[in-house]
Design a protein around this ligand. Sequence first.
Ligand code: HEM
Length: 398
Amino acid sequence: MIELYDPAVYERGVPYEDLGWLRENSPVHWHRDPQGPGFWAVTRHADVVHVSRHPELFSSYEGLAMIGEYPEPDKELQRLLILNQDPPEHSRRRSLVNKGFTPRMISKLEQHIREVCDQLLDRCEGEGDFVTQVAAPLPLQVICELLGAPVADRDLLFDLSNRLIGWDDPEFQTTYEDGQHAGGELMAYGNALAAERMREPRDDLITRLIRPGPDGAMLSPDDVGMFTILLVVAGNETTRNAASNGMQAFFDHPDQWRRLLDDRSLLEPAVEELVRWATPVMQFRRTATADTTIGDQPIRKGDKVVVFYNAANRDPAVFPDPDVFDIGRDPNPHVGFGGGGPHFCLGAHLARMELRVLFETIARRFPDIAPKGEARRLRSNFINGIKEMPVAFRPPQG
Ligand code: HEM
C-alpha cells in the first residue's frame, strides 16, 4: 500500500488504482501517520458526503492537514478562518461573507473575466507555458478585481500570494517564516482596504462585507484581513489547477475537445466534468467529536478522519464508467467543491464562471492548441497540481 500522505506519490500522478482498491476493499481505512497515531482514509462518495454534512460529529476546528499539526500560535490564527471553524460560529461568519458571493455579485464579474482571458491569450503566441501564462494569472487577477484592489497594487498582491502559497515549494526559494510574513502583509492590506471602504463605500465586495447583516452583526477590518488571506489561499491554486488539469484532460482526450469545439452548449457540463476528473483539492481532514461510525466502521472521539474527494469522484456506485472523461456527463454529483456541508466552496460559482469563460475563449482563439512535451506535476498531497505545461498556442487556420 502506498503512503497517501507522501507528497512524492502525487508527483507521478494521483494514485487512482490504490484509491480504487481502498474504496473497494477497505473504504474506511486506518492509515499510518509518521507523525501521529494514524487517520481514517474515507474513499466512498456516500461516506465523504456523510462526514462533510455532519460538522457536529466531524469538526474542522482541530485543523485540516492530513498529517502533522500547526504550532499552537499558528493554530490560533488558523481558527480565525471560516475554513477552520464549526457551527454556530462558522454559520455566523459564513452568512456575512455569503453576501459578497451571491450569483448577482458574481455575474457582475463575467465581463471582466472575459477581458482578462482575452488579454492573457493576446500575449500567447507560438510555444509557451500554459500555467504561468494563462492558468496562474487568471484567478489572481479575478481576486484582485473582486477585492476592488487598485490596479497599481496588483504586482504587490501577486508577490504576496506567491510567497504565501509557495512557501513549501523549493522553486520559490522562500521559507515558512517568509510565507507567514507575506500572510501578515496580506492581512494588513485587507484590513486597510476595509478601513478605506468604511470611509468611502463602493459597490464592491469589501464594502458589502463590512455592512452590518440583518441582525446587526458585522465583520471587523481584522476579519476582512483574514478573509483576504482565505480568498487568496482558497481561490488561486484551486482554480489554476482546475484550468491546467482541464487543459491536460482535453489533450489526453482529443475527441472531447473536438466535441466541445463542435457544440459550445457543452461548456457547463464540461466544467463540472473537469472538476470531477481533476479534483484540484484532493482531501481535507476532520476530527471526530464523539464515538460514532462511518458506514460499519466504529470511529473513536478524537480520531482524525480524512475525506478523499478524488476517490469519491471516481466511485462507480455514483458515476457510471467513472474512469471515462465525458464532458456531457449528466447527472454529475461530484464532490470537487466539497461534500455539500456548511463548508461547501464559497467560490464555486466564481470558479465555474472562470473555467467556462476560459475554455470558451481558448476554443475561440486557439482551437488547435496542442501539448509540446510532458507537463511537470506539483509535489503535494493536498492540491492536484501542474507546475509547468508546455503548449503550442495555435490560432484557427485560414
Ligand atoms: C472551500 C474546492 C475555488 C473560496 C472549498 C472546499 C473545497 C473547495 C473542496 C472545502 C469544502 C468542504 O470542506 O466541504 C475548490 C475548487 C475550486 C475552488 C476545486 C476551483 C475549481 C474557489 C474560489 C474561491 C474559493 C475561486 C474564492 C475566490 C473558498 C472558501 C472556502 C472554500 C472561502 C471555505 C468555505 C467555508 O469554510 O465555509 N473549496 N474551490 N474557492 N473555497 Fe473553494
